[in-house]
Design a protein. Structure first.
Length: 243
């Protein structure tokens, strides 16, 4: 009887030892797999850092250009400041955003080598130009117009993404890196415009005030002296909007 008990205890002990050994082996395998997975994802992580730096660089550039515009208009019109994120503030954001996007779009189109991509990019460029013209055109239906153009800007971002996917799908290797850069630049610029349009929708009447002056400034944009101000812009607020 005692012999059977000892045998059972020995068998149980062997099973426990075997289970512990198996657990140790599985743990080592899991650790090794995690290390390998970490190596595989390292290039993606590095690209993410690089893309984030480009993203922040673009936003900082837009921020600086907006400050320059605001300060210049304050100096010329002897005004102090207005509330940040107001409708008037949004007008200047939209102007800065369109200037940036139009310039980057022209540079991008000039470097495209594939006919299919060129045609789609050219079409997108025309849509963006028409949207800019419509935003600053006189209309008695300002709110509906701005709301419509805000949607068009969002659709433009989707179209931009589709062009990026097209470049990857047709495997134009020498154009992929180019597209990555311009996709980031144009998407941030369009998001900047959308943010400004959102501010304008708080008081679309400001566009009527701008238009009613009938006085064209040197840069081709209409301004009302009462709305020319200088203020800072939050990088954090815009960065959150562009994701």
């Amino acid at each position: 009887m005692k012999y059977g008990t000892y045998l059972a205890m020995a068998s149980l002990l062997i099973c426990i030892i075997f289970a512990l050994m198996l657990y140790g082996i599985l743990k080592k395998c899991r650790t090794s797999r995690a290390v390998l997975n970490g190596v595989d994802t390292l290039p993606k992580h590095v690209y993410s850092i690089s893309n984030s730096r480009l993203h922040n660089s673009i936003l900082c550039y837009l921020k600086v250009k907006l400050k320059e515009q605001l300060k210049d208009f304050c100096d010329r019109n002897n005004v102090e400041c207005i509330k940040a994120e107001s409708a008037q503030y949004g007008v200047l954001m939209v102007k800065v955003g369109f200037e940036y996007v139009q310039h980057q779009m022209a540079c991008f189109i000039s470097e495209i080598q594939n006919d299919d991509i060129y045609k789609k990019a050219l079409l997108l460029g025309n849509v963006i130009s028409q949207s800019e013209n419509l935003i600053f055109a006189y209309s008695e239906y300002r709110y509906a117009l701005i709301k419509c153009e805000l949607q068009n800007i969002l659709y433009a971002r989707i179209s931009l993404r589709n062009i990026f996917n097209l470049v990857k799908d047709i495997k134009v290797k020498d154009q992929i890196e180019l597209m990555k850069t311009y996709h980031a630049k144009l998407d941030c610029g369009l998001a900047f415009i959308a943010k400004g349009l959102g501010f304008i929708m708080k008081d679309v009447g400001v566009l009527d005030e701008f238009d009613s002056i009938r006085e064209l400034c040197d840069d081709g944009f209409l301004y009302d002296d009462d709305y020319l101000t200088f203020t800072s812009i939050s990088l954090k607020s815009i960065e959150g909007y562009t994701h």
